[in-house]
Design a binder for this molecule. Sequence first.
Ligand code: SF4
Length: 369
Amino acid sequence: MSLTSRRPVFQAALHAWYRIHHRKLPWRDAPSLYKTVVSEFMLQQTQVATVLPYFDRWLRELPDFAALAAAPESKVMKLWEGLGYYSRARNLHKLAQAYVAAPTKPRTPAEWRELPGIGPYTAAAITSISFDEPAAVVDGNVVRILARLTGEGRHFRDGTEAVKFFAPLSDALVIGSIPGEHNQAMMELGATVCLRANPQCLICPVAKFCAARATGTPDKFPRLKPKVIEQESVTRVWCEHRGKLLLRRGHAKAKRLAGLHELPEASDLGIQISSLRGARPGDEAIQLDRHGALRAPRDDKTGTRLLAVKRRAITRFQITESIYAAKPTAALLKHIAKDETLEWVPLKQLDQITLSGPHRRWIGDLSAR
Ligand code: SF4
């Protein structure tokens, strides 16, 4: 029997479980449209545990759409600092401004999709939770549950193809339910029971509907082509001068880093990257000559050193970042003076600017050396 033909009993089992076992989360406590919108933005690509302190601080500082709309962008970015994917913060800010200015407030998924940063998933989540719109959410969690429940064995090229495939089933399952509760129950099941690597089938409220469980290897569903991981190398420079640290401020129109500060890349400073390769942390490997080019050091005291090698992953990219200490030579200072995105920030005032999360950590580590 198909899942849709057993929909009422499936919904009853799922919802009964959700009412008892859902996690107590601040956006579910005295829920409001604003709390739902903020939490949905913060939770995109981010774990609940990471979001919690940010959400609390955000609500204290910017308690409603009007406060967010009126806040300067620098405050919005500072509150988001460390949460990553900063376009979410900028879009949320613009959304609040559009919402406050709108003479008729959006209600349906189609109307919400007109607002900045709102895609099909977020529109369905917000409108089902806040307005009881019968719109089903479909993301990686929901795909995983539906692929397992149905035992769907086909191979998907990627997550987008799988979302498209399961959207009709997801829509069919939300009909006749309390849509907000249904969507939250599906998300909760994916986050706490039907886990990616270790599904907890013994305590699963919908185990009796599950085809993958019977195979003995439910974790093999959905069948997604493995992601191709791309390796990238970035070379950055740590340059201190008269109690200040050299940083690069993302251009206001930059897609990812607008308004955010980072350690500059060697190429920002006209430094030759090729000569940095092969060095290891602690090597007295590199020194700038008077043209800003790098070469072997003459001695340990003046040599520019490789300070640290950091690794991080962003979507499908595995990035290796090498950070070198460079001396502020006359040639380098001249180069810096000509570039308005390069800024000397007093070391004592680093807390007052907005740094991306990894750079805040790295600078903290390197300052404490
Ligand atoms: Fe997921 Fe196991 Fe529940 Fe199936 S029985 S939905 S695999 S947790």
